[in-house]
Design a protein around this ligand. Structure first.
Ligand code: PMP
Ligand code: GLN
Length: 402
């Protein structure tokens, strides 16, 4: 039987995301996790924690399942979680939201991103500006929405965008500036100057801003600054986050979006035909998480910071040149000193389980084909693993130069 290419297949093929015979390549995360499972290597590839998060959050999900919270929740999300998201945005950022009209619960940040892009983009000439490297789903979702991706490079050592390159990328066709801050895969936190330039450009070109803030509580120095808090930004910003990273519940897929009511309604119009709703017993549990005291959140960031430091020291000792991340689960390291002749970081990562029993992700997985050369020696390591696991990975990597 042959499969008639549907909209996604056509879009994905056009964007180079699918092979000519229509077979979907596994995502780089699935490929590398399978490699880790097959070889028994330590998985510093896919960004998921190997320890449980706050006990209160896990207990609340168990209680919800035990007490009948197992049927469809309301389309926008449970009233309790909508309120908890609004309270969270006010407590941490001073943003005041109407939980009934300006917040939407989604199946992870991924569904919020998908529904937002599908809702906001319509014309093949619509452009979405993103910083590159970017989380792999962005290119796929922009292709699915039938729009064009325009990228602004983030370069070492600090992976901040160049303001002039940002200005050149945004124009009158720009419908959305899609911003991931703190950033996967580089771990960068945007400077105040870049944030305000994004808002200025969005105003000037009448574009919307979609932010992906899933690492909002994993910032190592100072506090996270949502773009929606900048003057004049909230009216044109859709702010997206999820509970997966903060509470170490990546498999629960509880996300949310907040924006002015008409924008939330536009996203809901798509979202209700994607999943409709999800995660009934996990919604009250994430509400419990969002209401935990401030010291729980600072503790989560402090523990990850320690892991980042141990991982960074291990990578440096092994001979990598490390870019110290300011947030997120990830550390980027230059493997150039360790590459064999003719090898790039993708070859290196495929061989790494065999060489040392560690899995990591090449940065080329996060860039468009034209930009691969600029990132060809860089590797992303995930620090969201137990300290003893990171220490063991460091021991194994130490043998690389030998
Ligand atoms: N955005 C970024 C930048 C991510 O790294 C991830 C996944 N880890 C997601 C979105 C997806 O989040 P969720 O699992 O909540 O869909
Ligand atoms: N966001 C996770 C990462 O960057 C992976 C999520 C996924 O597998 N899609 O590692």
């Amino acid at each position: 039987m042959s499969v008639i290419p549907g909209a996604w297949q056509r879009a994905a093929r056009g964007a180079g995301l699918l092979s000519a015979d229509g077979v979907p390549a596994p995502t780089i995360f699935a490929e590398m996790s399978a490699l880790a499972a097959r070889t028994g290597a330590i998985n510093l590839g896919q960004g998921f924690p190997d320890e449980d998060g706050p006990a209160e959050v896990l207990e609340a999900a168990r209680a919800a399942i035990a007490h009948g919270g197992n049927q469809y929740p309301p389309g926008r999300g449970t009233a309790d979680l909508l309120t908890a998201v609004a309270e969270h945005q006010e407590r941490f950022y001073g943003l005041r939201l109407d939980p009934e009209r300006e917040v939407l619960i989604t199946a992870g940040a991924t569904e919020a991103l998908a529904a937002a892009l599908l809702a906001l983009l319509g014309d093949p000439d619509d452009e979405v500006v993103v910083f590159e490297p970017f989380y792999d789903a962005y290119a796929a979702l922009v292709a699915l929405a039938g729009a064009r991706l325009v990228t602004v490079p983030l370069r070492r050592p600090d992976f901040q965008p160049d303001i002039d390159e940002l200005r050149r990328a945004v124009g009158d066709r720009t419908r959305v500036i899609l911003v991931n801050d703190p950033h996967n895969p580089t771990g960068t936190v945007l400077s105040a100057e870049v944030r305000s330039e994004i808002v200025r450009l969005a105003h000037h070109h009448d574009a919307l801003i979609v932010t992906d803030e899933v690492y909002e509580h994993l910032v190592f120095d100072g506090a996270h600054v949502p773009i929606a808090t900048l003057p004049g930004a909230a009216e044109r910003t859709l702010t997206i986050s999820s509970g997966g990273k903060t509470f170490a519940t990546t498999g629960w897929k509880i996300g949310w979006l907040s924006a002015p009511a008409p924008l939330v309604d536009a996203v809901l119009a798509v979202k209700q035909w994607l999943t409709y709703v999800n995660g009934a017993p996990f919604q009250p549990a994430i509400a419990v998480g969002l209401r935990l005291p401030d010291d729980v959140f600072t503790g989560i960031a402090a523990r990850l910071r320690e892991k980042r430091d141990v991982l960074g020291a291990g990578l440096t000792a092994a001979g990598f040149e490390v870019s110290v991340p300011r947030g997120s689960y990830f550390t980027v390291a230059d493997a150039a000193p360790l590459l064999r002749t003719g090898e790039d970081a993708a070859d290196f990562c495929r061989a790494l389980p065999g060489r040392t029993g560690v899995v990591a992700i090449p940065l080329t997985a996060f860039v468009t084909p034209a930009q691969r050369a600029d990132y060809a020696t860089l590797v992303r390591f995930a620090a969201c693993k137990r300290l003893d696991v990171i220490a063991e990975a460091s021991n194994r990597l130490a043998g690389l130069g030998a």
